[in-house]
Design a binder for this molecule. Structure first.
Ligand SMILES: *Cc1c(COP(=O)(O)O)cnc(C)c1O
Length: 412
């Protein structure tokens, strides 16, 4: 058992704490589910891009799904081999594309005709053919929160099936492009299998017709999106998920790529926070804590729910009442939980916000000049600091430009 109170004392709060053994279990569950086929699990870095977390996954054999050249660099730095790295995203800049080609990663997921032409041009300049895969938008409702749905035509992601076909033909006719894969990703925090199954079938049909055109695909990239349980959501079983994909792939000899983010790291992490005050506005009870929306944005951004448990409480009184748990930021949307039941709390008590391993620290900001939390990871009783708490010096060091000019003028 991890001594969370001791961690909070040692490293201060707010503090992210990750269980690496849990990440291992999740990785093995998904890898194992696909054992009937060749598969590559490409961890979606954006869920949690701490180098130590990526490195841990690298040691398990994971690849990386990156959405910026910065993430590609993180993946390489953390020890993920270049031939296991893919680069996705609707708005890659020329410089990002050029660097990705130069880095010789597995492939780029292309999201528009215009992007394909940019890639061709940049590959020609680099005198290095670019390996690509087209992200197809299957126009399927993933039945998740609208902000994390990506597989409908009304979302900005991917291209429709007809457009995809003409892009593959364009790539086939270009000496600078090599189409190696086909890709879809319909959304995040998916709790139903059916939309994924339908998407896989639609894209598999397209893959068949491309192979008939002698477009020699090798990879079938099914994206990520498997949900986790924040409160009482139903869950997609990894084995059934894999079966649904494998079923759709009947007759296609392709390596499966799967890009889970949240599924691998979401449940592994908690955010520890200390109570600062309790207050009542009329009948409304607020628990004010030292973590805020800048540390964990999901409640403010998606109205997401995270369970909260007490790690340490001074009071013996166990009578619970409803409250909002809120942070110190000057925004009404700065809450971590609404209308949850907690016992009386006072300054110094420690709370644990659960399932905060994905889209927690990776979305953290410095709003209100708050310093980003520290992160620790534990495995088999061994606890390691994996990111220092940010300091005010770290935060402002790149902003002092004019101040320095003024100072040196003053000195003349
Ligand atoms: C965000 C994203 C993922 C990971 O999504 P999860 O819901 O965290 O599994 C995978 N692939 C692409 C292209 C993404 O944008």
């Amino acid at each position: 058992m991890v001594d969370y109170l001791n961690l909070a004392k040692t490293y201060q709060t707010p503090l992210y704490v990750y269980d690496l053994a849990h990440i291992t279990d999740k990785f093995c569950a998904i890898k194992d589910a696909f054992r009937a086929r060749k598969s590559l699990i490409c961890y979606a870095l954006k869920a949690n891009s701490n180098l130590s977390i990526i490195h841990h996954l690298a040691t398990l054999g994971s690849g990386a799904d990156c959405v910026s050249i910065g993430e590609v660099k993180r993946a390489l730095k953390a020890g993920i081999p270049k031939y296991k790295i893919i680069f996705s995203g609707v708005g890659k800049s020329d410089s990002e594309i050029a660097q990705a080609i130069e880095s010789d990663i597995l492939f780029l997921n292309v999201e528009s005709e215009a992007e394909l032409k940019r890639i061709e041009h940049l590959a020609q300049s680099a005198k290095k053919p670019a390996r690509i895969s087209v992200r197809v938008n299957p126009n399927i409702d993933p039945k998740t929160h609208p902000y994390i749905s990506t597989g409908l035509h009304e979302n900005k992601f991917g291209v429709d099936i007809e457009q995809a076909k003409s892009m593959y033909i364009f790539a086939k006719n270009s000496p600078h492009l090599e189409a190696v894969g086909i890709h879809f990703h319909i959304g995040s925090q998916l709790t139903e299998l059916e939309p994924l199954k339908q998407a896989a079938q639609k894209i598999a049909e397209l893959a068949h017709s491309l192979l008939a055109l002698k477009i020699d695909l090798k990879f079938f990239d099914v994206g990520g999106g498997i949900g986790i349980r924040y409160s009482d959501e139903s869950l997609i079983d990894p084995y059934q998920y894999a079966q649904a994909i494998l079923g759709a792939l009947y007759g296609l000899d392709l390596t499966i790529i799967c890009e889970p983010g949240r599924f691998l790291v979401g449940e592994s992490g908690v955010l520890l926070t200390s109570v600062l005050y309790e207050k009542h506005n009329g009948k409304k009870r607020f628990v004010i804590v030292d973590a805020a929306m800048n540390d964990l944005m999901r409640p403010a951004l998606y109205n997401a729910t995270h369970k909260i448990e007490c790690v340490y409480r001074a009071s013996q009184d166990t009578k619970e009442s409803l409250c909002d748990v809120v942070g110190p930021i000057c925004e009404s949307s700065d809450f971590l939980a609404k209308d949850i039941s907690l016992p009386p709390l006072c300054a110094g008590d420690v709370l644990m916000i659960k399932n905060a391993g994905a889209y927690g620290m990776s979305m953290a900001s410095n709003y209100n000049t708050r310093l980003k939390p520290a992160e620790v990871a534990h495995i088999g009783g061994d606890v390691r600091l994996i990111k220092h708490r940010e300091s005010i010096e770290d935060l402002i060091k790149d902003e002092a430009l004019l101040l320095q000019e003024h100072r040196s003028k003053g000195a003349q």
